[in-house]
Write a protein that binds this ligand. Structure first.
Ligand code: PMV
Length: 319
């Protein structure tokens, strides 16, 4: 059996503007998904997921357009390998779905990597990114590629569409406090909402995007210099601009402002918005106080570190 796991992510700055070519500062966090893949003689892709249940696709009777994102990634790998049988794929994930933490990209990168190993393809990172991204296109509208790239590489990166990401230095002991609103949402719907806003408020949209670009650049410098006060200020500015773009919501604003009456240095929504999570940072050692405020405001807090490790693979002896 061939296994791969990949991390979840938190966008520190640049969600939405990244879709339009601006930089995005994103960190891998220590919540992971895992895919285990075995070769089977039947011509099917059999997907067993802890969160979505079981689904099988007959390779002869189904084209990739009709397959689920996970099965379509596996089908691409099967085609690349010229493999005649099928694959059984088991998936487990610690990442809440629809929460802005990149659960789909993490799973698709794990699946692409484990399929590559099971089929002896030895895919490069670029090839894994390419087939996982095709799956992401089925999950949401115009994916920028940021989620797939951070799941592959780990650490913290400054990502721009179509370019190789730059690694960003960060204090190793940094803790991020997440607050889950409990409200799932679809990234694609939020991205479409921003596209509509761009049509109806062109000037304001351009100003927001340029501001998000500047905030992202400043935040990554501050992170590399361990200037957490500046990182926090940039987070707050970032949240305000995302509000103007129309992607925040009352529960997210409530969670963000709840943290400000504690030792938080800053907070913002993270990911597509609408629902999902906020991310906050605090003075080291005061994370518990921020968690408490998030709970009081109706959110579910969890504290995560930045995960150095991107995709990881291993094989056990059953095969
Ligand atoms: O799916 P989420 O919530 O992690 O958001 C992804 C970030 C966006 O910029 C909104 C979309 C994208 O493809 O980059």
């Amino acid at each position: 059996m061939h296994h791969s796991s990949a991390p979840a992510k938190v966008i520190l700055s640049g969600e939405h503007s990244v879709v339009y070519g601006y930089p995005c500062l994103v960190a891998a966090v220590d919540l992971r998904s895992e895919a285990s893949v075995e070769i089977i003689p039947e011509g099917i892709i059999d997907v067993i997921s802890d969160k979505l249940g079981r689904q099988s696709f007959n390779l002869a009777a189904t084209n990739t357009e009709e397959m689920s994102p996970i099965a379509s990634v596996a089908a691409s790998a099967i085609e690349m390998a010229g493999h005649r049988g099928g694959l059984r794929i088991k998936i487990s994930s610690q990442i809440p779905m629809g929460s802005g933490l990149g659960s789909s990209a993490s799973v698709l990168v794990s699946v692409a990597s484990a399929c590559s190993n099971a089929l002896g393809l030895r895919m490069s990172s670029e090839e894994i990114a390419a087939i996982a991204s095709k799956g992401e296109e089925k999950v949401h509208f115009r994916p920028s590629g940021v989620d797939v790239n951070i799941a592959l590489r780990g650490g913290a990166i400054l990502y721009r569409k179509g370019r190789l990401p730059d690694s960003v230095k960060y204090p190793e002991e940094i803790k991020l406090i997440l607050g889950y609103s409990g409200i799932p949402r679809k990234t694609g719907d939020m991205v479409k909402g921003v596209a509509d806003f761009a049509e109806s408020h062109r000037d304001r949209f351009e100003i927001c995007l340029r501001s998000l670009g500047d905030i992202t650049t400043r935040m990554s410098q501050a992170l590399a210099e361990n200037d957490m006060i500046e990182v926090g200020s940039m987070m707050l500015l970032n949240h305000v601009v995302l509000c103007l773009l129309g992607v925040s919501s009352e529960p997210l604003d409530k969670l963000v402002s709840s943290t400000l009456s504690s030792s938080a240095l800053g907070a913002k929504l993270t990911g597509a918005g609408g629902g999902g999570c906020i991310v906050a940072i605090s003075t080291s050692g005061y994370e518990g106080e921020v968690e408490q405020k998030i709970k009081q405001a109706g959110g579910t807090p969890f504290v995560v570190g930045i995960s150095k490790e991107g995709v990881r693979s291993w094989t056990d002896r059953q095969q």
